[in-house]
Design a protein around this ligand. Structure first.
Ligand code: NAP
Length: 323
């Protein structure tokens, strides 16, 4: 089967490729390497590209997409591009200008998907992480339903084909779904998801509302010290994943990606290494057995790598809820 054709239908009728290329990298690499590696990812078959204003490399990623369109490798409609609304722009009047800024940086006319990055509003301004004199994040108070209405307007204006959320717990999703006058449901909730945090309850909730769960950190995260608790075990060294990988003559990384696709999750994978970018496309070349799936389900230990601890104390901090 042609891997490029593996897509699922979103609740608004658009299609999302089940495998996505993640572009977040620590600051030095983010800008320096993103152009070359994103072009390479498109060359080897990735059609879904996940980026965000806060990654500070939309210029390079946009350039990569445009260059692959210009050389005839793909057409714009072949690419599914996601951007994310940063936390300093959650006030409704700031939403469309933030998306327009991303589009200008990308030099694209529209994004395929625009999502609220984290439901924790921060003080508006140019600073991505506004802090007080004690180094604490300065929170803002915004009704997420109003942010959502502003996203709906971006869809109506044709600036985003689809709209969704990220890092929402089920109560926050419910709030949007129950909003009086809701025009569009979120098409997705992009959350951390891997065998140590398999999100089975959130996945069931999302499935019951026709919302796609998109997994990030599917390989156990990049273990960047600013974001991740480095005391947590390394996912790809897990003996059960390794044994299943050996049995299929694949790698633990491919098993972790395949696991998500077989349970109906759209999965992102970041690599800035050409050999591994290419390897990750092999996720379509094998299948896990029901016993393998069960064994991987058994690894869950609700271990979150990205806890976003600076957001603790905000009334919308999402990770205090069970799911
Ligand atoms: N919405 C959000 O809040 C949020 C948060 C985090 C991430 N994301 C998105 O999700 C994407 C992926 O998540 P992530 O960045 O946490 O990383 P990840 O996909 O869990 O990958 C973690 C690490 O695995 C390595 N890797 C990749 N392929 C491999 C392979 N085949 N074998 C062995 N190692 C491999 C990569 O290192 P190398 O580069 O050295 O290969 C990478 O640093 C991000 O880039 C971003 O687009 C979203």
């Amino acid at each position: 089967m042609d891997p490029k054709s593996q897509k699922v239908k979103l609740n608004d009728g658009h299609f999302i490729p089940v495998l996505g290329f993640g572009t977040y990298a620590p600051p030095e690499a983010a800008k320096r390497e993103a152009l070359e590696i994103t072009k390479f990812a498109i060359e080897v078959g990735f059609r879904h590209i996940d980026c965000a204003h806060v990654y500070q490399n939309e210029e390079q990623v946009g350039q990569a997409i445009r260059s692959k369109i210009a050389d005839g490798t793909v057409k714009r409609e072949d690419i599914f591009y996601t951007s994310k609304l940063w936390l300093t722009s959650l006030r409704p009047e700031l939403v469309q200008p933030a998306l327009e800024k991303s589009l200008k940086t990308l030099q694209l006319d529209y994004v395929d998907l625009y999502i609220i990055h984290i439901p924790v509003a921060l003080k508006p301004g140019e600073e991505l992480f506004p802090k007080d004199e004690n180094g604490k994040l300065i929170f803002d108070s915004v009704d997420l339903c109003l942010t959502w209405e502003a996203l709906e307007k971006c869809k109506d204006a044709g600036l985003a084909k689809s709209i969704g959320v990220s890092n929402f717990n089920h109560k926050q999703l419910e709030k949007i779904l129950n909003k009086p006058g809701l025009k569009y449901k979120p098409v997705c909730n992009q959350v951390e998801c891997h065998p140590y945090l398999n999100q089975s309850k959130l996945l069931d909730f999302c499935k019951s509302h026709d919302i796609i769960l998109v997994a990030f950190g599917a390989l156990g995260s990049q273990r960047v010290k600013e974001w991740v608790n480095l005391n947590h075990p390394v996912l790809l060294e897990d003996p059960v994943l390794s044994a299943i990988a050996q049995k299929h003559k694949q790698t633990p990384a491919l098993v972790a990606l395949r696991y998500q696709i077989q349970r109906g999750v759209v999965v992102l994978t970041k690599s800035f290494n050409k050999k591994r970018v290419k390897e990750n496309m092999q996720v379509f070349d094998f299948e896990l057995t029901p016993e393998d799936m069960k064994a991987i389900d058994g690894l869950n230990r609700n271990r979150r790598y990205y806890e976003f601890l600076p957001g603790v104390g905000h009334p919308e901090y999402p990770f205090s809820e069970e799911y």
